[in-house]
Design a protein around this ligand. Structure first.
Ligand code: M6R
Length: 613
């Protein structure tokens, strides 16, 4: 949830840290801060609000020295304010901490520390960590041993980074549980620490990921990793292939807009190397699927949160239709509380952009505990979800920075379509003609995506007309029903307009009462098997005075004659239609929010990776 950057080496840490935090601001933007060791002292700058406030502060009051640590915060304990901003100093001023996660036993620890005379200067749970470490150092322990003891005292899922003016050659960090990642970047005579890869890609592509309950002692020339109980760890060094340039906004006003347009490339890359158009076959080697395993599977649970869960709902249609395997979609925060019926013939398939969402990781752990086969569809390379899976499909979309997920929605739709074909093929339930047709349809996707994106100016015009609406109903049926949920989520999270996605057939059982001339109704009515039903839905909404905005297939005169506004999509094979119908909804939400002058990429109260439960 929060973003962390650390640097140890010969250069000044502050510009490196601020540059890295800029790339992590999507993780939290309630406050930001940086601390460096300058000679024999620790100096700290912190401010409430966005990173730009901190950058201003540092330009007026510069910082020199290294090592250093920085933080951008998504508040959990303690309001967003200067006093609650990280880094937090201990009472001696010799130790300083940044943290991501929740110290669940902080009240108890705080009481103990207060009774020993420690003064707390913030309302955060984080501050207990630095006081504990300081206390152990005062008792004669090194920073490393004091940190280790502290890591063993705190409960909950936490990422911690500490530096001390008494040992100015090192940074000590740990990851405990699923509180987000820790990536250690390996440089020449310098090393880096960050919550996520984009923060350090300007400096290195060689990285080590910390696993849960591991800690690292990082100096400019060395990285030593152990478990927090002192066990030996032989880290694996990964080389990251994507570059930092793709994490810049380029010609676009917002990352979200850039990422909407990047979908043509992302979808092309999603297909590359996986679709053999000549043979009419799918290849997903990272999934490690064999015909024996495919035949063994009796049930699939798809588990995910937010947008990723809506992608899973489309996947349910595809896998059940093509591979004829029963699929249930369970929101990850509910999975472990629903006592799912899982055995060794069950697949738990997690979908996650970040691969760090705490609830999704917990659902995967629950699946593992119950003996399931664990698969994931993940965007962030090297993330925890990818690492703990038996097999995975990597999204190939590149970094997604905008808090509102776009390309990490459409890529898993294609991934699940391919997965469904592969499963059906290996189980022998798909005849060759059908298989070849389904595979051949994939070739159309990049072109269809490009054509619908070319219609952005038309969508923008509609967005201008709708910018002052107070609410909106999004209706869909069948395979496009989850697109109604996703479209509504996009609108509410970035424009703060209440929107509700609903299965169109359920309208008459209650929600139709909401429709009047004040309530726009967005109807997904492409040429799919539910088209006729959606036509009657549009008629019902019109009969009650509602303004109808439709997503329809080019040339659909029926819809054109009834709807107040139409957002056109090109003719698309119906099983692929959700990939295309969502584009106008992403663009609509984007332009409504942008026209309202809102902070599209960093909407209030949200963060990109939700690493707390
Ligand atoms: O990183 P994940 O895909 O696991 O994230 C899941 C949700 O938090 C995420 O999709 C969220 O709903 C987005 N803000 C939606 O745009």
């Amino acid at each position: 949830m929060c973003g962390i950057v650390g640097y140890v080496g010969a250069r000044d840490a502050t510009p490196i840290i601020l540059g890295g935090l800029k790339r992590l601001e999507y993780r939290g933007y309630d406050s930001a801060g940086v601390a460096v060791v300058n000679g024999n002292q620790i100096e700290v700058r912190r401010d409430a609000g966005k990173l730009s406030q901190l950058v201003d502060l540092v330009s007026k009051s510069p910082l020199k020295g290294a090592p250093g640590i920085g933080h951008t915060r998504w508040a959990t304990h303690g309001a967003p304010s200067v006093k609650n901003a990280h880094p937090h100093l201990g009472n001696s001023g010799r130790v300083v901490v940044v943290h991501n996660g929740i110290v669940e036993n902080f009240l108890e620890l705080r009481e103990e520390l207060t009774s020993e005379g420690v003064t707390f200067n913030s309302d955060t749970d984080t501050e207990t960590i630095v006081h504990l470490a300081e206390h152990h150092m005062a008792g004669g322990l090194s920073l490393e041993e004091a940190a280790r003891r502290t890591f063993n005292q705190i409960d909950g899922a936490n990422v911690v980074v500490l530096i001390s003016a008494d040992e100015p050659d090192k940074i000590v960090t740990a990851r405990i549980g699923n509180a987000g990642g820790v990536v250690i970047g390996l440089g020449e005579g310098e090393n880096f620490i960050a919550s996520d890869i984009p923060a350090i890609l300007d400096h290195t592509r060689k990285v080590i990921f910390l696993e849960s309950r591991q800690m690292a002692v990082v100096t400019k020339d060395s990285v030593r990793i152990e478990t927090i109980d002192g066990g030996e760890v032989k880290p694996e060094i990964h080389t990251i292939s994507y570059d930092a340039v793709s994490a810049e906004k380029g010609e676009y006003r917002h990352f979200m807009q850039k990422e909407i347009h990047e979908q043509v490339r992302a979808l092309t890359d999603t297909l590359a190397g996986r679709v053999d158009f000549q043979e009419g076959r799918i290849r997903l080697p990272e999934l490690k699927l064999t015909p024996e395993l495919a035949k063994r599977i009796q049930r699939i649970y798809i588990t995910a949160c937010g947008t990723a869960a809506y992608a899973g709902m489309v996947g349910k249609y595809l896998i059940e239709k093509i591979a004829r395997i029963p699929v249930e979609v369970v929101i990850a925060s509910e999975f472990r509380y629903s006592d799912p019926i899982v055995d060794e013939n069950t697949v738990v398939l997690a979908i996650s952009q970040s691969g760090e969402t705490a609830d999704t990781l917990a659902a995967m752990e629950e699946g593992r505990r119950k003996g399931a086969i664990i698969w994931s569809i993940v965007n962030a390379v090297g993330s925890q979800a990818m690492r703990v899976s038996d097999g995975s499909i990597s999204m190939q979309t590149g970094p997604e920075i905008g808090v509102a997920s776009t390309k990490a929605f459409t890529a898993p739709l294609v991934d699940q379509y391919m997965l469904a074909i592969l499963l059906a093929d290996m189980r022998g339930t798909l005849d060759e003609t059908n298989r070849r047709e389904l595979v051949a349809d994939l070739r159309l996707i990049p072109d269809l995506a490009g054509r619908v994106l070319d219609r952005e100016p038309e969508v923008e015009k509609i967005a201008h007309e709708l910018k002052d609406i107070k609410g909106c109903l999004y209706l869909g049926r069948g395979i496009n029903m989850p697109i109604a949920y996703e479209g509504a989520l996009k609108l509410k999270e970035i424009s703060y307009i209440h929107a509700e996605g609903y299965p169109a057939g359920e309208m008459k059982h209650g929600p139709i009462a909401l429709i009047d001339e004040e309530m726009p109704v967005l109807c997904l009515a492409p040429q799919d098997p539910w088209h006729e039903k959606m036509i009657s839905q549009i008629q019902q909404a019109k009969a009650r005075g509602g303004m109808v905005i439709a997503v329809a297939t080019e040339g659909d005169e029926l819809v054109a004659g009834m709807a107040d506004h139409v957002m056109w999509i090109p003719k698309t094979p119906w099983m692929l239609s959700p990939i295309i119908t969502v584009f106008p909804l992403q663009m609509l939400a984007y332009h409504i929010a942008a026209t309202r002058g809102l902070d599209v990429d960093q909407p209030r109260n949200l963060a990109k990776s939700v690493t707390v439960e």
